[in-house]
Every structure is written in C-alpha cells, then in structure tokens.
Design a protein around this ligand. Structure first.
Ligand code: FUB
Ligand code: ZN
Length: 645
C-alpha cells in the first residue's frame, strides 16, 4: 500500500517499500532568476505550450476529436494525432503550476469538453478509428496506436488529478481505462500495443487510484510480450511492424539489449520499471540494468542521443554511431530520461543521475530554439552547411511543427515538470541529484525544506540553505565530470567531506545552516571509445555537464566546419557570451587550423598528400545553443591535429 497521496509530479505515490528513494512532495523553481532551466521552464509555459495549442487548433488535431460527433467536420492528419492532444494537455497541466492563466489561455475546459463528447458510451476514444474505420477497432495492435493513444490520455488524466484535482479529464481517462480492463484484463485473450506507453500510464493510474486492475492489466501486457503475437496483428494499413522493431521478439525477462524503434523501447522500459517499483520483482530490475548499460555504453551519442538509424527510427549495432546521420529523436532522449529516473529511484546508483544530467543539458536542451517555438525532431552531431535532408530523414533544422508531431508536446511536458526529477528522499536521506535554483521539501511525517541557489550549468557553485531538517542526512551528487571541488559550511571550509556512492554526505544540519559547494568546471577534451569508428581520430570539448559544438553561427562565415582541425595542445580561452534572450553562457576559443581544400577532382587518389593549412582560432559554444538563430554547419567531434613528431 502507498503511504501517502501528496506527491504531485510524474511517478508519484509509489507503493513498494523496495525503492532506494522516492520523489518528494514539493519542488518549485524560482522563475525570477535567469538560469538556463528556470528561464526555459518559464518560457515553456509562456510560449511553447501556447504555441503547441495554436498548432493543434490550426492543424485540426482538436477538431478531429470534435468530428467524432459532428459529421460536418473532416478528419485530417496522422491516425495517432489524438495522442498529441493528450500529451499537450499533460504538458499544459504541469505547466499550469507556474502560470496560473495558462489553462484559460489554451481553453482547457473547452478542449476537455470536446474530448468528453467524443468518448463512446463504452469509454472508447480514438478519432481515427471512430471516424474512418469503426469495424477495425483493436485489429491492428502492431501499428494502430490505439492503446498508445489511450496511454497518453491516461497520463494527462493522472496529471490532472495530481495538479488540478480529479476533474472531467480524469473521469474520461478512467472510463477508457475501465474499458481496457474489461476487454483485455483477467482471463481474456492476450493483447498489447506495438507502441508501448499504455503500460506505464496504467501503473501511474494505479498509483493515483489504488485500483489493482490497472496494475494487473499493465503486468499482463508486459509479461506477454516477446512471442511475435503483437507483431502478427498487423492489417498492413499503417506501418510494417516486425517483432524486433516493436520489441516483440523476446520476453522482457530475457531482453538485455535495446533494439528496434527507440521511443518504443524506452516507453516499454518505463513500464517494466514501473512494474518493478510496484512489485519489487528483482529479476525485472536486473535485466533492465543490463539493458541500460547496453544502451548507455554502446548505443548512445555523447549528447545523450539514441538511434543511429533514420530507417525505422531505430537503434543500430553497438558502436554504430554516425554523427552526420544520427537519428537521435528528441522523444527518445526524453523517454530515456524518464526511464533513467525510475532506475535512480529504484537503485540510488549515481550513474543514473549523471546520465539524466547529460541528457538534460545536451540533447534535450538543444531541441528547442531560443524563441521557444521551433524544435528538433532529429538531433545530429554533425551538420554540413550544404546538408540536403534525404527523403527518409527527419529534418535537421528546428521546425515550428512536424507531420509526426510527437516531440514538441514531449518537450512541453518534461520541461514543465523538470523540478520533480531533481531531488528524492528516503527515511534516512534527502538526495540532491540535479542542481536547480528553487525550493524543495517534504510534508511527510519527517518534514524538511531547503533552498537551493545556483546558476548551473554556467557555474558549478551551489548554495544550499537549510530551512528545516529532521534526522535525515543531506546528500549531494558529485557530478561525473567533476575532478575537484570545495565545500564550506556557514563560511568555514570542510576539509575531507564524507562521501558515499559518489554523493557528498553532509553533517547533521540545523535550520539556517548554509552549505556552499564549488564543483570546479574546467574545459577538457573527450575522446571516443576505440570501437567508435565514426569519431576515431577526433575529440570533443566538454565543460561541466555541457558538450560543446563548433557552430557556424559563432565563427567567421568563411569557416567551413569540414575543413577544420583542432589542436589539443593549446589553451582553452573562455569568455562570457549572451544568447538571443540575454542569458549568459560560456563560449570557448581553441587553436586549430583550416585545411585549404580543393573540391574539384576525384575523391580518392593513390598518393598521400599533405594538405596546406592555415592556423585559425575556433569558437565553440554549448551544443544546446547551436543553430540559433539559423542552422548552418556544426560538429561536435572535431578531427584532432596532432603535433608532428
Ligand atoms: O509513433 C508515435 C511516435 O511518432 C513515436 O513515438 C515517434 O518515434 C514517432 O514515430
Ligand atoms: Zn518525437
């Protein structure tokens, strides 16, 4: 049984006593400060979420639902477009915590009314099937996305319950969930969706209602996967879905490698971890930890991107990580972040918090333009200035919308709830995993409250003021990139601070105590694994959690990124720069050279030529800032110019 119903973010009200720590009840970012995440969250509510609803209205997503009961309206767009309405509502609900006028601005009540009217008497909603093919319901489990879409509805309902209180959207989602239980639960024949998502949603609904039917159905769907049955339920109408593509090739208890469509694999993993968190079935956790290693150590880009193949939006082989052809969908890294949070809560292993930081400040942060209205779907690590997107490829430009528009609402919902992924607690400890400027606390029977002040990731200085603290010990993650740090307590240096599992452990604290930690942020070169062919002979630059990019916008217009090499024996010259919103960040100059390239003639010769080159200075900026305002040439991995022997 759960012990309280007070937590208000995603993954709340967990019941299992077998977790390392749980999310906290109260987290709030200060929107008056101009730090990267705080400003982004503020603009996400003020600009991104309203922009998304503008698109949902303009492009018929909402009227598709109205069309279910109004035959004068014509349905348009993808067959799973309802999912983006539901995901956007979830984003708006989390965002309404920081912008009280937002729900009115997006006409929340009216949209919910349209959804409620579209719901059939038995609880079913899916405007495509309701309008285009009533008789095809549940016939194309492999790619029809009916349960996937239901999952997003349920997640929005759960968010409504946690933030606004159980209202009409919650009721609609319960009605649909009950239909799913009736149709697919208990001893009924097995069914599950080719696009996982419903499983994690049902377990979140279980946490919100305590109704075990939802957990049981999720468990049945997860445990039955891996026989090829879902894959066989394919009418051919939508998308071919072979077993590996939809993770229906192997049981969740045996599958140790990430394969197939990246977002599907990540959403499936969220469901498996949710199941572990509620049942404490350790075998599930063990296999998921192996899968995380497969993904993070062999199939992930330095920026936190996953998916090296545009074809089928999929993982490639281990170490198949082409920089220019990177698929690296924004949704995939967002789901990776959400999965990794579950692993962190389950195990308390620091590596999970480190990865969440890497994902947040690189791929995810780079997904959104500085006007907060354009987004990357695909996030390459190398873009040639004369890049021409191929037919099978998502654009490597930030766009204000996409035909398949899953990414913008996903960005909206994660950024709107990001503060809930920063701190967790157990009866002995309060654990600070991510460094965000704001107030954090708990209202359990062990109340505590802290204020966190920081300008992260521009600076590695973190000040923690204790407002209230009982017997729990305060622990702070030492970031993976950090080689040196200093700590003071009420202004006095602590010489050998205690450490446990990569976390600093602070002495018992009293109200008014103030800890200051300075995680020294130096620039450093990062080298690829020797099996990473696509980046062999190249280096990348990192400062703190941020990976840097050589971006055309910050360099001379004569510079061609493919002609450049970097000298790793020189000094890093850092400077404060400002982005288009006036937010400060650190740019860096390094020595390098530009090859004098003759583009005419054949690509290959039998003779080895030493190209002429001229010395130049390269300017690098955080990957998250590249391509603002325009997308030109860019590369993360830069060929290293080695000193002649
Ligand atoms: O199929 C729904 C969503 O569209 C997936 O999660 C994304 O990868 C994109 O294909
Ligand atoms: Zn997406």
């Amino acid at each position: 049984m759960r012990n309280n119903l007070m937590q208000r973010g995603p993954v709340s009200n967990l019941s299992s006593g077998n977790l390392h720590s749980k999310p906290i009840a109260s987290a709030r970012l200060d929107h008056k400060v101009m730090t990267f995440m705080n400003y982004w969250q503020k603009m996400n509510s003020a600009v991104t979420v309203p922009h998304i609803f503008g698109k949902l209205n303009e492009l018929n997503y909402i009227s598709n639902l109205a069309a279910v009961v109004d035959s004068s309206l014509k349905r348009k767009g993808m067959w799973f477009s309802d999912s983006d309405v539901f995901k956007s509502l979830e984003a708006a609900i989390w965002a309404s915590q920081h912008d009280s006028g937002l729900l009115q601005k997006i006409e929340y009540d009216e949209v919910i009314e349209i959804i409620a009217r579209a719901q059939d008497a038995d609880g079913y909603i899916n405007s495509w099937f309701q309008i285009e093919a009533q008789d095809q319901r549940w016939k194309d489990l492999a790619s029809g996305h009916e349960m996937y879409t239901a999952g997003h509805l349920i997640q929005a309902g759960v968010a409504e319950s946690r933030i606004i209180g159980k209202g009409k959207l919650f009721d609609v989602s319960i009605k649909f969930a009950d239909l799913l239980v009736k149709k697919f639960g208990g001893n009924t024949p097995y069914a599950a969706d080719g696009h996982p998502e419903l499983e994690t949603a049902l377990i979140e609904l279980y946490r919100e209602t305590d109704k075990k039917d939802y957990l049981d159905l999720a468990e049945k769907m997860l445990e039955g996967r891996g026989t090829g049955f879902i894959s066989s339920q394919n009418t051919g109408r939508f998308h071919p879905s072979p077993p590996v593509y939809i993770q229906d090739h192997m049981s969740i208890r045996e599958s140790e490698q990430v394969v197939g469509h990246c977002v599907r694999q990540m959403y499936l993993n969220m469901g498996v971890l949710d199941l572990y968190m509620e049942t404490a079935d350790k075998a599930l956790l063990d296999v998921q930890e192996k899968m995380w290693e497969d993904s993070t150590y062999t199939k992930m880009y330095l920026t936190g991107g996953i998916g090296s193949r545009h074809r089928d939006e999929s993982f490639g082989d281990p170490f198949e990580l082409p920089n220019d052809r990177a698929y690296a969908e924004t949704c995939a890294s967002i789901a990776y972040f959400m999965w990794t949070w579950r692993l962190l809560l389950a195990t308390g292993k620091k590596r999970y918090a480190d990865l969440m930081e890497q994902l947040a400040y690189n791929l995810i942060a780079g997904s959104t333009s500085q006007d907060f209205k354009r987004f990357f779907y695909s996030n390459p690590l190398h873009r040639r200035a004369d890049h021409l997107a191929a037919f099978d490829e998502e654009s490597s430009e930030r766009m204000d919308w996409f035909r398949v528009s899953c990414c913008p609402p996903n960005i909206g919902r994660l950024v709107a709830s990001i503060e809930h992924y920063a701190v967790s607690e157990n009866p002995e400890e309060v654990l600070i995993h991510q460094f965000l400027h704001g107030e954090f606390g708990s209202d359990t029977n062990q109340p505590w409250s802290i204020s966190l002040f920081t300008n992260y990731p521009q600076s590695g200085v973190l000040k923690i003021v204790i407002n209230e603290m009982g017997d729990q010990r305060l622990k702070v993650r030492i970031p993976e990139w950090c080689h040196k740090f200093e700590i003071t307590l009420n202004g006095k240096k602590i010489d050998s601070p205690a450490q446990e599992g990569g976390y600093l452990v602070f002495p018992k604290s009293s109200p008014g105590d103030s800890f200051e930690i300075n995680f020294t942020m130096d620039f450093e070169y990062i080298h690829p694994h020797q099996l990473l062919d696509a980046s062999r002979g190249m280096v990348a630059v990192r400062r703190g959690p941020e990976i840097y990019a050589l971006d055309q916008s910050w360099n001379s217009s004569e510079l061609v990124v493919e002609h450049l090499q970097i000298k790793t024996d020189g000094k890093f010259k850092s400077e404060i720069a400002k982005d288009l919103n006036g937010l400060e960040f650190i740019k860096v100059k390094v020595n390098g050279s530009s090859l004098v390239v003759d583009r005419s003639g054949p690509s290959y010769t039998s003779e080895s030529k030493t190209p002429r080159e001229k010395e130049i200075e390269l300017v690098l900026v955080p990957y998250s800032r590249w391509g603002n305002p325009v997308t030109g040439g860019m590369r993360v991995w830069i060929p290293e110019l080695r000193a002649e022997n």
